[in-house]
Design a protein around this ligand. Structure first.
Ligand SMILES: Nc1ncnc2c1ncn2[C@@H]1O[C@H](COP(=O)(O)OP(=O)(O)OP(=O)(O)O)[C@@H](O)[C@H]1O
Ligand SMILES: [Mg+2]
Length: 247
């Protein structure tokens, strides 16, 4: 697999772990270039090992979106604290978001990523894989706010009615600019690869937010949600609440 990438931090360790069939896990506070290259490399190594390299760009785009969301949510929490605003209060939330919008930049992300690190708010990315499939879980130490949850639910169920990204953009035109598009984009990208949308989940887990993508490589793949991923909502595993946007 020598040709997968150059200049990737810990590349030998990553390759050894992937080739040994072990879980690969990262902890981060902001999505740096180094981390981006590492994540791209892990995805490439795993997909190559199981002969699914054609999913590379879709999967990496989806993963990147989840990691950006995770690190941004932690940084946002610290930012609101610094402004003395209550993130759970709708008026104060609006105020904080306005301020955030005019200040968001590379340096904002660096600064508040660092402050999130000091506050112990981390994001983790884990890759579990075997010949039957891949499971990527992104966790961050801040919960999903109720308002965001309903917005996501709404957006995603709307996204479900489109077959692919292009038709979604065609139908939504200018409204697709700006925020709240990332997760819909993920959903449609996966749909475009004929991956069951039920295998892409966002949820709350013990005060953390979880993003999960599962990619079956064989018929024998077992989703965390059981053999019938869509049927799982009748019996959610304890402690895990998931957003259901599959209907
Ligand atoms: N991991 C997460 N932790 C906490 N909140 C999250 C997380 N992921 C998403 N959210 C909330 O859900 C909202 C919707 O996410 P989504 O990715 O669809 O849009 P966005 O990140 O705001 O904008 P875009 O992705 O289009 O740049 C986010 O604005 C954020 O408030
Ligand atoms: Mg996003």
């Amino acid at each position: 697999m020598e040709d997968l990438a150059v200049d990737v931090k810990d590349r030998e360790r990553i390759l050894d772990a992937v080739n040994a069939g072990k879980r690969v896990k990262f902890v981060t506070y902001s999505l740096t270039d180094t981390m981006e290259r590492q994540l791209d490399f892990v995805v490439a190594a795993i997909l190559k090992k199981y002969n699914h390299s054609k999913l590379q760009s879709t999967l990496y785009s989806c993963l990147k979106e989840l990691v950006v969301n995770a690190t941004k949510a932690n940084a946002k929490r610290v930012y609101f604290e610094e402004l003395g605003l209550d993130i759970a209060n709708p008026d104060q939330y609006r105020q904080g978001m306005e301020s955030l919008k005019s200040n968001l930049s590379e340096s904002w992300i660096k600064k508040y990523g660092e402050l999130a690190r000091r506050a112990g708010l981390e994001s983790s990315i884990s890759f579990d894989h075997n010949p039957h499939g891949l499971r990527i879980i992104v966790l961050n130490d801040t919960d999903l706010l109720g308002a965001d949850e309903s917005r996501i639910r709404e957006k995603l169920s709307e996204g479900m009615s489109y077959e692919d990204l292009l038709s979604f953009y065609m139908a939504n035109g200018d409204q697709t600019e700006g925020e709240g598009m990332g997760l819909v984009m993920n959903l449609l990208l996966l749909k475009g690869e004929e991956i069951d949308p039920a295998l892409f989940r966002i949820g709350n887990l013990d005060g953390k937010t979880m993003g999960r993508i599962e990619i079956p490589f064989s018929e024998k793949f077992q989703s965390v949600r059981g053999t019938d991923p869509r049927g799982w909502k009748e019996r959610p595993p304890q402690g895990e609440i998931e957003l259901d946007f599959t209907k």
